[in-house]
Write a new protein. Structure first.
Length: 277
């Protein structure tokens, strides 16, 4: 009796070329080769994806527009927008709200100082003032206001210079102005002027003048050294720029109101850097 010999298993089916990728691919979660698996998302990519999604929901249009850009480019765009916005705000404020001016002459001494060695100047530095450009949109100029205005053409001929002046408003439209031995009279009554010091008065006499409608009469506080409406006439309302409301330079001339306004600028300006979410 011959020794028992177990049956041989059938030869395995030859591997086809198209199945080679399946044999060498990583096993799937259930252990079978050839099944495709998704690689886990890295932490960095997840955080970047969440940042972009959050930025695209922002209320800030700049943040939304730059959400997909590299960080260095987002920072650059943010700074450019901030700088351009700040310049635009400054220009708008100067054009419609307030504008700075320097006092170049002694015509308003001692109320507003000019710098020595100028004739009649009392200070080491010229005062720098701010003029409120919108106040006269809501109210009419009042007697006693210190006003910035553009001079009529005659000022360049009478004073040797024209342009923008700073003077005190003395007479209003429809009033009659005159000066007798350095004393101003409005409609025949003496005008009380505590801002004119005794040594700053002149001794001139001018005949009565009727101020035309829509025009204003200006004089300097330093009457002896002021080339003003006495020489070149009254000023149209349209030439008035605004009212001087405080001195911001030099520091020893800084008033309480000026300090509050400057403090407000210091506190408000950083808001331009806030990103509204």
């Amino acid at each position: 009796m011959s020794e028992y010999e177990p049956p041989r298993p059938p030869d395995p089916e030859p591997v086809r070329w198209e199945d080679e990728d399946a044999l060498f691919s990583a096993p799937s979660s259930d252990g079978w080769p050839g099944a495709k698996t998704e690689q886990p998302e890295s932490e960095a990519k997840r955080l970047e994806r969440e940042r972009i999604e959050h930025a695209r929901r922002s209320r800030n249009p700049v943040v939304r527009a730059t959400a997909g850009l590299p960080r260095w480019l987002r920072v650059s765009v943010d700074w450019v927008v901030t700088i351009v916005g700040a310049i635009a705000i400054v220009l708008a404020v100067k054009a419609f709200v307030v504008n700075p001016y320097r006092i170049p002459s002694s015509s308003m001494e001692p109320t507003l100082h000019c710098a020595r060695p100028g004739s009649g100047c009392e200070s080491r530095f010229s005062d720098r003032v701010l003029a409120n450009r919108f106040i006269y949109r809501f109210t009419s100029p009042a007697r006693g206001d210190i006003v910035v205005f553009k001079t009529p053409p005659a000022a360049a001929q009478k004073c040797g210079a024209g342009g923008t002046f700073v003077k005190r408003l003395v007479a209003l439209p429809g009033e009659t102005w005159e000066e007798r031995s350095g004393v101003v009279y409005i409609n025949g009554k003496r005008l009380v002027e505590p801002y004119v010091k005794g040594d700053r008065r002149d001794s001139n006499t001018y005949p009565p003048r009727k101020i035309p409608p829509g025009k204003y009469f200006f004089m300097g506080d330093n009457r002896g050294q002021s080339c003003d409406s006495r020489e070149w006439g009254s000023v149209p309302r349209g030439n008035i720029v605004g009212e001087v409301f405080f001195v911001y330079w030099p520091p020893n001339r800084l008033g309480f109101r000026a300090a509050l306004v400057l403090l407000g600028f210091v506190l408000v300006f950083p808001l331009a850097r806030i990103r509204f979410r």
